[in-house]
Design a protein around this ligand. Structure first.
Ligand code: GAP
Length: 472
């Protein structure tokens, strides 16, 4: 039997949401391509975030370049600390992240009911810092390699996740630059530019959507952990001492964003960090219940003045806010909201996906695959069906289709039974199907069918646009 993730992968490929990158050459691990429907869904996710985050008085947008001065990554701590502990199995040569190898082993123990042992290992893992700490856990517990089943391990080494490249024609160390591993630093180094070119003063934020790259040791679970992905990040600059209040505010805003786009609270949970990243004084993740278990989709971090202070030190340029009236000056503290566009794309896809038994037109029950996207996220908003290709029905459908197309992505489908056409649209998550039948010629009414309730209603053809506007 296929798992829900396998069904989703197969639907994604079959209907053009996501393809493996470089597929005809055997693929490139950790990279994916968004197909015709995927790119629409991804754009809709990003658009919903952009509107929620920047269509307000206190947040400005930004689009910084991917390649930046290499000193930025020294100042941010990424050159020294953006590392994962890795370990190789000597027999299979498989490379693993040491911490995930241990986490997966803990989960296996929990499933077997060996909770005491799982808790002991978990507390050792939480305390682990040095490569030797991870190594001792793996050796002491005789954790086997999932590939070969053997326990013949190398030492644990730290591995920097940043991709390196060179600017200019000479490939030498002095020309090294990095593909950014997060979009956040592009925001920090533009803090003064935005402050000086707008009328903002703390509390205010800068938001950005863009690609980020991490040379992950293990890519896994479809779009969950990839080497190239998109982030949607916002840094909110606040007066020191007010960070707790803004941390709570932004956590609530971001939680509600997922809820308002159709996620049920039962598939979300808040997970405060036990181990904090090098820049954070507090952090809580929003996790989503994926088919493979809970996984982080967004982090809300209280980053103190770590980044601005370090950029001030490394660049020699003041990164302060000075109040022109009171002359008060300070380096703002930062609350960050950081969500993966591609990872939340996957969460929205999983959340929407259902396979269910429904009553077909002929009265028999049949299986339907449906993507119950929030209408704002649905890649195709409506489909127009002339019931037959004769009696002047296509001539009525065509102008309606063209008119709707000016505002939304819509499809026209003239082939197969109405039932088949509904199934095709359900499978890609189209919220509304509009059928033009012979009665339309008499009363100018069309049938609108709702994807989720499968209820149908007759409305006048002249009001279709108004109807869709109200429901999307
Ligand atoms: N600026 C802070 C930062 O980058 P992070 O927790 O490392 O924090 C934030 O990443 C979000 O970016 C994650 O919650 C996730 O949604 C996304 N993300 C991180 N690494 C990813 C990867 N390898 N593949 C896909 N998404 C990733």
């Amino acid at each position: 039997m296929s798992s829900p993730l396998d069904s989703l992968l197969s639907l994604s490929k079959r209907r053009g949401f996501v393809f493996q990158s470089s597929e005809i050459y055997g693929g490139l691990n950790g990279c994916w391509d968004y197909g015709p429907l995927g790119v629409e869904l991804l754009r809709n996710v990003k658009e919903a975030w952009w509107k929620a985050m920047t269509y307000r008085d206190d947040i400005e947008g930004l689009d910084a370049s991917i390649l930046m001065h290499p000193k930025i990554w020294e100042a941010s701590g990424h050159i020294g600390q953006f590392t994962d502990p890795m370990i190789d199995n000597k027999v299979s040569k498989a490379r693993h992240r040491a911490d995930t190898l241990i986490e997966d082993y803990i989960q296996k123990l929990q499933k077997k009911g060996k909770n005491d042992l799982a808790t002991t290992i978990e507390s050792r893992l939480n305390a682990a810092e040095q490569p030797s700490d991870f190594h001792s856990i793996i050796i002491d517990e005789q954790i086997p390699d999932p590939v070969s089943g053997t326990t013949d391990w190398t030492e644990v080494r730290y591995f920097n996740l940043m991709f390196k490249t060179f600017v200019g024609p000479v490939e030498d160390m002095s020309n090294t630059v990095y593909l950014r591993p997060e979009t956040a630093q592009g925001i920090f180094v533009n803090f003064k530019n935005v402050l000086d070119s707008t009328r903002q003063k703390p509390p205010f934020g800068i938001a950005q959507i863009g690609k980020a790259f991490r040379n992950e040791i293990n890519t896994k679970n479809f779009l969950f952990r990839t080497r190239e992905f998109e982030q949607m990040e916002m840094q909110y600059f606040v007066k020191p001492g007010t960070e707790k209040e803004w941390f709570d505010y932004w956590f609530e805003q971001r939680w509600n964003w997922f809820i308002n786009l159709g996620m049920d609270a039962s598939v979300l949970r808040a997970k405060p960090h036990e181990k904090l990243a090098h820049y954070a004084s507090a952090a809580t993740d929003i996790e989503f219940l994926f088919p493979f278990g809970w996984g982080e989709i967004e982090g809300i971090h209280s980053r103190t003045d770590f980044d601005l202070k370090n950029h001030q030190e490394f660049s020699g340029k003041k990164q302060e806010y000075v109040d022109t009236v009171t002359k008060e000056r300070y380096t703002p503290y930062v609350i960050e909201t950081s969500v993966g566009a591609s990872r939340s794309f996957m969460a929205f896809l999983c959340n929407a996906f259902a396979e269910e038994e429904v009553m077909a037109e002929n009265g028999n029950s049949e299986k339907r695959s449906v993507l119950r996207f929030h209408p704002l996220l649905a890649p195709v908003k409506a489909a127009v069906f002339p019931l037959t290709s004769k009696d002047g029905l296509p001539e009525i459908a065509e102008p309606l289709y063209r008119d709707l197309q000016k505002t939304w992505r819509v499809q026209m489908d003239e082939s197969g039974s109405i039932g088949k056409r509904y199934r095709r649209q359900d499978e890609i998550g189209t919220p509304f199907c509009i059928t033009i039948d012979n009665q339309t010629i008499v009363d100018q009414a069309v049938t609108i069918r709702n994807r989720d309730t499968m209820q149908q209603e007759r409305i006048n053809i002249s009001t279709v646009k108004e109807y869709l506007s109200a429901h999307i």
